[in-house]
Structure formats: structure tokens, C-alpha cells
Design a binder for this molecule. Structure first.
Ligand SMILES: Cc1cc2nc3c(=O)[nH]c(=O)nc-3n(C[C@H](O)[C@H](O)[C@H](O)COP(=O)(O)O)c2cc1C
Ligand code: SF4
Ligand code: SF4
Length: 258
């Protein structure tokens, strides 16, 4: 079947998962990278196609910036797959929130998966994820999704996804990345920042009122000149590295059928 795969992915791990699942499901995939794309033109996905949407979990929720960008995709009772990628802490209400968002936009969510990737702020947490075991589970997830896709919509019962409503109120740590001495002012980070938070003329700086702490400027810098730093970051890192050392496993949810 024709598949559209939409992702918001600042440090590219969500993209990896979405692409893997999409390619296992279909050989006719159109990708939409909404990380840096504020276009709001409506896109209607016909009923016989499949939509996959992947987001990273931010503070247990769907990133606010991604919500607005996902809303442009509208269904016609079209079947959809929700994917939440998280950094080995927890996905809390993010997967449920994403599924609700898709339902509100007239999609029928037939499967939902929470997969683990390296934490984009504290990279020792979830380091080297997704790994071979994760990819095997993604394949199983895609194969079961394909079986469900083969059923008539009327045969499907509503999906139950872990999470609570009202969704948790997101917390936030006041840390922001900035450039170091080795920055050569190439401007790549400013161009790729999804929030427009890096001044083009002064790319070592960050506009803290705009920055969403997504970590993209760190991973795209060719000279490894940007980073989170300072005492607050060090203390938070120590806490996270210890508290979320134990390996978490993916969770998968499927619509049941009669
Ligand atoms: C602002 C922010 C908040 C995050 N909150 C969570 C969280 O609540 N739980 C978690 O396990 N990981 C959390 N993470 C880690 C990301 O969900 C994880 O690294 C994800 O793989 C990033 O996806 P990306 O590479 O597509 O940007 C957070 C990352 C950022 C940048
Ligand atoms: S990408 Fe790196 S080197 Fe280039 S402006 Fe940004 S911090 Fe400086
Ligand atoms: S400045 Fe902030 S919003 Fe922009 S890429 Fe860096 S972390 Fe993300």
C-alpha cells in the first residue's frame, strides 16, 4: 500500500525508526520531514493509504512544535501508525497524546509503538539505541501492523495505549546549548535549528526564549563546538545517568479485531 511517513526528528533517531518501520511495511513510501518545516498547507491522506507519524518524547509529551506541524495531515478514516521515540527514561503520555491527535484528524490508529533511542540531552542514557534487538522488534511491530491493515476497518476495535488523560504537565530543566571557542561561525547550526533560536550573526549564542533544547545544533556542528554545559547540566547528567541506566524495552499496542 501507499505509505506516507511523517517525522519530527531533531537528532535523527526518530527518523531512523520511522524509516525502518515504513520500509518494512511498504515499498511505496513518501517521507515528510516536519522538523524544520513550518508549512501549514493541508495534506489529505486517502482512505486506502497508510500514515505513519513519529515523534521524539519531550518531557513525557509530544513536542509542542511537532503538534502544530502534524495537524496539517488530515485523514478520511485513513489507517495510521503512531510512533514515540524516547531516551530510556519514560514516554509517559506522549504515545497516547499522539494517537489522540491522529484520531482528532480523522485517522484510525491501528498500531502504536514506543521505541528507545539515545537520549538527545544526556547521551549516555540509552547509548547505542536503537540496537539490533530494537530493530528486530520494529520488524515484528511492522509485520503485525500489516496483518491489521489487511482487515476491514469495521472489524477493528479501538486501540488501548498506555498513558493518562489529562496528559502530564511537562517539566523543564533550564539548560541551553551554546558554542565554544572552536566555533568557526559556519552558520550550519543556525540554518538547521528548528526554532530559529541561534542568531545568524552570532552563532555561538542561543536565544533562550526560543530554544526548545532539541540538541540538533550539537549533532550537526562539524567542529563539535556546541554543547550543553555548566553546573546545572553536570548535575542533571549525573542524576539521569544513574537513574535511567537500566535498559527499557519497546512497548507495542495494536487494534484488536473480531
Ligand atoms: C527537550 C527534551 C525532552 C526529553 N524528554 C524525554 C522524556 O521525557 N523521556 C525520555 O525518555 N526521553 C526524553 N528525551 C529524549 C528524546 O526523547 C530521545 O533522545 C529521542 O530519541 C530524540 O529523538 P530525535 O533524535 O529524533 O530528536 C528528551 C529530549 C529532549 C531534547
Ligand atoms: S555549526 Fe558549529 S562551527 Fe558552525 S556556527 Fe554552529 S557552533 Fe559554530
Ligand atoms: S539552539 Fe536550541 S532549538 Fe536550536 S537546535 Fe540548538 S537545542 Fe535545538
Amino acid at each position: 500500500m501507499k505509505t506516507r511517513a511523517v517525522y519530527f526528528s531533531a537528532t535523527y533517531t526518530t527518523r531512523k525508526v520511522v524509516e525502518h518501520v515504513a520500509q518494512r511495511l511498504s515499498d511505496e513510501v513518501t517521507l515528510y520531514d516536519i522538523t524544520n518545516d513550518a508549512d501549514t498547507t493541508e495534506i489529505i491522506i486517502p482512505q486506502d493509504e497508510l500514515l505513519i507519524v513519529g515523534i521524539p518524547v519531550y518531557a513525557g509529551r509530544v513536542p509542542a512544535m511537532a503538534i502544530e506541524r502534524i495537524k496539517r495531515f488530515k485523514g478520511e478514516g485513513t489507517r495510521a501508525v503512531a510512533l514515540a521515540i524516547y531516551g530510556n527514561r519514560d514516554y509517559d503520555d506522549a504515545l497516547l497524546e499522539l494517537s489522540d491527535l491522529l484520531s482528532e484528524n480523522n485517522f484510525l490508529v491501528i498500531s502504536a509503538g514506543a521505541f528507545i533511542a539515545q537520549h538527545s540531552i544526556f547521551p549516555k542514557v540509552g547509548a547505542n539505541r536503537p540496537d539490533a534487538e530494537d530493530y528486530k522488534l520494529m520488524d515484528e511491530f511492522a509485520d503485525e501492523t500489516l496483518t491489521i491493515f489487511g482487515k476491514e476497518n469495521r472489524e477493528l476495535l479501538p486501540i488501548h495505549i498506555r498513558g493518562n488523560r489529562p496528559y502530564k504537565i511537562p517539566g523543564s530543566i533550564p539548560i541551553f546549548p551554546s558554542g565554544t571557542k572552536s566555533c568557526n561561525e559556519c552558520g550550519r547550526c543556525a540554518r538547521l535549528c528548528p526554532a530559529g533560536a541561534i542568531p545568524t550573526e552570532h552563532p555561538k549564542q542561543v536565544d533562550e526564549t526560543k530554544c526548545i533544547k532539541c540538541g540538533r545544533c550539537i549533532v550537526v556542528c562539524p567542529t563539535q563546538s556546541r554543547r550543553f554545559k555548566g553546573l546545572k547540566y553536570m548535575l542533571a547528567s549525573m542524576k539521569f545517568n544513574k537513574a535511567f541506566k537500566a535498559r527499557k524495552e519497546p512497548d507495542m499496542f495494536f487494534a484488536r479485531y473480531n
